[in-house]
Design a protein around this ligand. Structure first.
Ligand SMILES: *Cc1c(COP(=O)(O)O)cnc(C)c1O
Length: 449
């Protein structure tokens, strides 16, 4: 079924290894890289890319790898998606930049019109465009503080919100995101997340929300809270899916407390979880949403979309940036959103989720190191532990990922304890390729069990 979504311009949709991974040309380029690129910038898989499309990434040695990463949930529409390519080519030949704050252009407005349509809720909305997810989150906090006149921001255990100074403070994990980079921004308060695999058995979403609320009220004070910021399904923190009822209860509490409920949908957005947004799944309508990754088919674009009265509470000139809503990125976003509609990529994500969860659960029955299988749509993961316990096994996680890479499948890891394998294929990936990647994963577990 999903094979119908592969454009004819994409590379041959196959896993093909013609050298060891990484091959000689990639190794050469890694040596050049080491001589000029900061060691602070990491590499998951040291193969250099020549082409990519559909469900594959082709490297400079001619190896074709199955892509279960999508550039970290960015190319939901596939790499070099035809509509995106055509729209960007047309725009780049017309004009490349004027700065929207100097002399505006239609593409920016059209993107904001689309965001008003596709984001949760039917209320009147406004948007502002930025370049990265971190920048969107920073601006959502700025808006919430101006709109409420309060300063405290509540975030959750295992959260990831970015790498800038404010977003490092909002992010939970020390290594590698925060270590040595302080001091961090003040007025950030962290409370417990709903994490069904690690919470006491049977703790419901409502109970987990009550636990978080008790801590907020005791340690911060409801009247001081400007914003409650949460990923509806946590990304880098390990694809933690909160128990049903948790998100609606937290959102309700925020509303009653006069705080802004911000959903960070940077990773979960744009059809990834089988709906336009992960908030849609439980009918949660955030006051503000932060968007980036999947938004523009690989071009850098981010947004804050939210209630008109909040977004308009900011003084003129208080929001913006030189490149925010760059015309090429806007053209790409309009084409990507059109592609999501035309190809029903939310439906494709649900089909991917069905295939993945079935296979991952079968794998779990054979491998007691798989403590938990979870996710929604095309955002799924396994959490690896010492069998019979919840003690994380990051070494096994790294070994299985490495084996998948050597066998031509791009997989990513995640989790506060580094013990989660996560799967984020492009939503256009073919069923055969997905099945083959799962066979490789199966073999990797068998090799390390
Ligand atoms: C990736 C991510 C960010 C940061 O986005 P950048 O574009 O890398 O700055 C913020 N929030 C979430 C949930 C993310 O997954």
């Amino acid at each position: 079924m999903t094979d119908l979504l592969i454009p004819t311009s994409a590379p041959v949709q196959e896993r093909r290894l013609v050298t060891e991974v990484p091959g000689p040309r990639s190794r050469e380029l890694m040596a050049r890289r080491a001589a000029v690129v900061s060691a602070g910038v990491g590499t998951t898989l040291p193969v250099f890319v020549e082409r990519a499309g559909g469900g594959v990434v082709v490297d400079v040695d001619g190896n074709s790898l199955v892509d279960l990463g999508a550039g970290i949930a960015v190319v939901n529409v596939g790499n070099a998606a035809p509509r995106v390519v055509a729209a960007v080519q047309e725009q780049v030949a017309a004009f490349t930049h004027t700065c929207f704050m100097v002399t505006p252009y239609e593409g920016y407005v059209a993107v904001c019109e689309e965001l008003a349509r596709v984001t949760p809720g039917t209320h009147e909305k406004r948007s502002a465009l930025f370049n990265s997810g971190s920048e969107a989150v920073e601006n959502a906090v700025k808006i919430a503080r101006v709109a409420t006149g309060r300063s405290a921001v509540v975030v959750f255990d295992h959260a990831y919100h970015g790498r800038t100074n404010l977003t490092m403070a909002l992010t939970a994990k020390n290594m590698p995101y925060k270590s040595g980079f302080g001091p961090f921004a003040p007025e950030i308060y962290r409370v417990p997340m709903s994490y069904p695999f690690r919470d006491p058995a049977g703790l419901t979403g409502a109970e987990a929300a009550a636990r978080a609320v008790r801590q907020i009220e005791a340690q911060v004070g409801a009247a001081n809270v400007a914003a409650v910021l949460i990923e509806p399904i946590q990304g880098e923190g390990g694809f933690v899916v909160p128990a049903p009822g948790f998100l609606p209860a937290v959102a309700d509490w925020a509303r009653q407390a006069g705080a802004i409920f911000i959903a960070d949908e940077v990773q979960t957005g744009f059809c990834r979880t089988g709906d336009w947004f992960a908030s849609d799944h439980e009918g949660v309508v955030p006051d503000l949403v932060t968007l980036a990754k999947g938004m523009a088919g690989g071009l850098p674009l981010a947004a804050v979309t939210g209630r008109a009265e909040l977004m308009d509470s900011v003084h003129t000139g208080g929001l913006g940036g030189t490149y925010g809503g760059n015309p090429l990125a806007c053209a790409a976003a309009l084409a990507a959103i059109e592609t999501m509609r035309e190809l029903d990529l939310a439906g494709a994500a649900r089909a991917i989720g069905d295939t993945m969860l079935l296979r991952l659960r079968a794998l779990q029955e054979r491998h007691p190191a798989i403590g938990d299988v979870r996710g929604r749509g095309a955002m799924t993961a396994v959490e690896l532990v010492k069998p019979g316990t919840t003690e994380p096994d990051p070494a096994l996680t790294a070994a299985v990922a490495k084996r998948c890479h050597a066998d031509g499948v791009v997989v990513l890891t995640a989790g506060t304890y580094g013990n989660v394998l996560r799967f984020l294929p492009p939503l256009v990936i073919g069923q055969d390729l997905l099945t083959e990647a799962l066979d490789v994963l199966d073999a990797a577990f068998a090799a390390h069990a």
